[in-house]
Design a protein around this ligand. Sequence first.
Ligand code: TRP
Ligand code: ZN
Length: 466
Amino acid sequence: MTAPAGRRGGPLRAARVPALLLAVTLAGLLAPLPARAGGETLFPDVGTQRLQVRTYDVRLDYAPSTNRVEADVVVRARTGKRLKTFALDFEGPTVTEVLVDGEEATHSREGSSLRVRPRPPVQPGRFVVRVSYEGRPPEHTDPDGSTEGWVRTSDGAVALGQPVGAMTWLPSNNTPGDKARFVFRVTVPGTHQVAANGELVGTATSTRGTTWTWRQDEPMSTYLAMVAIGRFDVTEQTMRSIDGRRLPLWSFEDTEVGEADDAIALTPQVISWLERKVGPYPFSSAGLVSDDAYVGYALETQTRPFYPPGAASPALVVHEVAHQWFGNSVTLTDWHDIWLNEGFATYAEWMWSGRSGGLTPRQHFDRLYSRAPSSDLWSPAPTEFTDPADLFGEPVYLRGAMTLQALRERIGSKDFFRLLRRWHAKHEHGSAETRDLVRLAEKVSGRDLGRLFRDWLRTDGRPSGY
Ligand code: TRP
Ligand code: ZN
């Protein structure tokens, strides 16, 4: 489902492509393909469209006392091209060996790229890369100053990857459009526990410690991959999904921090509520992780959101659970579309608050709409930022959610909820872009919505007349 290069020339963006860029693009068509055609446009040095990953098989041994990792990551991928060289994204410690289809390959590091030169070249079709590394994975600091990647806690570490931090520990095609299946086999001392995405397959004890095996069988973007190692209280629950599946929930609460019991109890209730609004929960398990990584944000890590100490409020639980449909199952390919994640998750918070005696979505909208025209809420417009520091800004979250309220009032609640259900059903476990949403909204409602989406998503300043 990876978008073709040049997707930004779509209807929502065409007006922004300057002539010089067009000339450069045309010149690019005549030149040989660059070794690395970026995965998407906000982080052009990260990810590639020259290969697609099918599975990541992560074997990782961890020593909490030193934060050292010894790991092999097997990447099963395919390519439509013959590759004399290719790059994975990796910012981790020392790479000790790279094998391609079982043969040793030469490799070098440049920035966050791990360049691999297989011998012989990879032929079109499937191929397998095995990267071995050892040392201490780093944290990654984002343009907005926040921390992600391999984040240390008091008794271990948690790996958080939005937008690009997964490459601190996972050699990967680290772009959101390349979704893959994952297996994690993480070995830690018997005193510690390991959470990751998907289902717990089992634990096994040997002289090296305890190996926790987790499997994420539904496709997942690298930014949603999570491993948490520490001393946890583990809570197991089960629930029934709206389509009759038995869903196990595993929740990991740091033994010292605690505080997440209410969030653990609320999670299945929010899942059931959203299932009635949007359709069946898209994954085969759920739960949460609450740990003392002071990153200043929660994260919708697939199946098992992460909450830092004190953060797991009901509103945030609703937000992170809503992301399982909006962002994790239906995933953006370009970070400029992040309002598709954050606007929808924020809108879910507004719906929840309305039904629990707080402000309704319309009241949230009105409060925000009364903000001064000079407010940062109105600029840059949600899809129009160019600085990655604006990824998690108010225009994305709040103006993004306001866009949905404006849409709902335009097409009516009945069509609005039909749209939410069809949006998820159509793109479940896939990827989608803003223009796909515009098209579907027009189809469901039978109206021309170009103006509304242009006003709300692309035009700087407060939209007038709403
Ligand atoms: N996507 C996260 C959420 O909405 C928030 C988030 C991730 C974030 N990284 C961030 C917020 C960095 C601010 C800064 O749940
Ligand atoms: Zn969010």
